[in-house]
Design a protein around this ligand. Structure first.
Ligand SMILES: [Zn+2]
Ligand SMILES: [Zn+2]
Length: 234
């Protein structure tokens, strides 16, 4: 059984498509491929031991991914150990056996990223710098995720932008820049969010500058929403 837990901190695992590059065991000094679980994993294609993968997307909540197998030969990489110094680690590229993956939602990954960001905020400046440097690998993980995409009405969006006549409907300032086509850049926003059942109609749609748009999604108040509703009224 292997657990990929980004909240445990020390090991850096990353997905590349369907392959998890899983960091072996050993907290400081160079890792040995003959050490405990590393040995079992390295030999898993021939020793008949079934390997099951769990992932953690929320601290202390384990989700079962399924049985995995080695996708390619284990290789060595550099990661910092518990003592903060760089050492060699073993990376085991494992992939879920065919048909055993559950598609992960973008929402689950977002929750994971938020929890990680919280942990980062709690670190001292020095500890944060050490962490940031530790993961200074040029390799970036990438994994598929499923999400819901709203199919917005293009006529409504264009109408909302035209009605705004180049000005943000919240701060009323001119759009901060123009597009390559020379049009004022504004973003279409739904006063009552589509995700909360809002309608994709001209009465629920406004055009905002990027600042105000982001602000509405982060800390927008009922007063702001009311002002926008008035601006969207026919
Ligand atoms: Zn604005
Ligand atoms: Zn919006």
């Amino acid at each position: 059984m292997i657990v990929s837990d980004p909240f445990k901190g020390l090991y850096i695992d990353r997905w590349v498509g369907e392959v998890l590059h899983y960091t072996g065991m050993g907290k400081s000094g160079d890792q040995s491929i003959g050490f405990m679980q590393n040995k079992t994993l390295a030999e898993s294609s021939v020793n008949g031991v079934a390997v099951h993968l769990f992932e953690v997307h929320k601290p202390s909540v384990y989700s079962y991914v399924g049985p995995v197998e080695l996708a390619s030969e284990p290789y060595q990489d550099a990661q910092n150990g518990e003592d903060g110094t760089s050492r060699k680690v073993w990376i085991f590229p494992v992939t879920p056996k065919t048909g055993s993956t559950k598609p992960l939602s973008l929402e689950a990954l977002r929750i994971e990223a938020e929890a990680q960001a919280k942990r980062a905020k709690a670190l001292s400046d020095a500890a944060l710098k050490a962490k940031a440097k530790q993961s200074g690998s040029t390799r970036v993980g990438v994994r598929p995720a499923i999400t819901q995409q709203y199919q917005r009405n293009p006529w409504v969006a264009e109408y909302a932008k035209r009605r705004a006549a180049g000005h943000c409907q919240l701060c009323t300032k001119p759009a901060p820049f123009s597009t390559k086509a020379g049009e004022p850049y504004l973003e279409v926003h739904h006063v009552q969010w589509l995700s909360q059942g809002g309608a994709d109609t001209i009465e629920n749609t406004v055009a905002l500058c990027p600042n105000c748009h982001r602000m509405m999604h982060v800390v927008g108040s009922a007063d702001h929403a009311e002002k926008l509703s008035a601006a969207a009224a026919p």
